[in-house]
Ligand binder design. Structure first.
Ligand SMILES: [Zn+2]
Length: 98
């Protein structure tokens, strides 16, 4: 299968899509409390989670899963990698106005 995305595109999605923004765009249940980002884990359904802003990962403490923005989109939309990346690219296209 031909590669559809460049490494740079994938790196940008993993490193530069902010989770608070992503959760909002996915209309995914979440809230902020005392500086923490609490979301419903798409894998186990629990809300014991936090954001690691340095790594741009979110972690579920219940099922011990780390999600980057691509992983999270795959889990939240129950779709494959290619579809998740396409979805993220379309969201970020609309996000950037230039
Ligand atoms: Zn979980």
């Amino acid at each position: 299968m031909a590669r559809r995305f460049t490494d740079q595109q994938l790196r940008q999605l993993r490193n530069e899509v902010p989770f608070p923004w992503l959760l909002q765009r996915l209309a995914w249940p979440h809230r902020r409390r005392d500086g923490q980002l609490i979301f419903v884990c798409p894998r186990c359904g629990e809300s014991r989670s936090d954001l690691n802003p340095q790594e741009n990962l979110v972690r579920c403490f219940h099922c011990q899963t780390n999600f980057n923005p691509i992983d999270f989109t795959m889990a939240a939309r129950d779709c494959g990698f290619v579809e998740a990346v396409q979805h993220l690219l379309s969201l970020t296209d609309r996000h950037q106005t230039h």
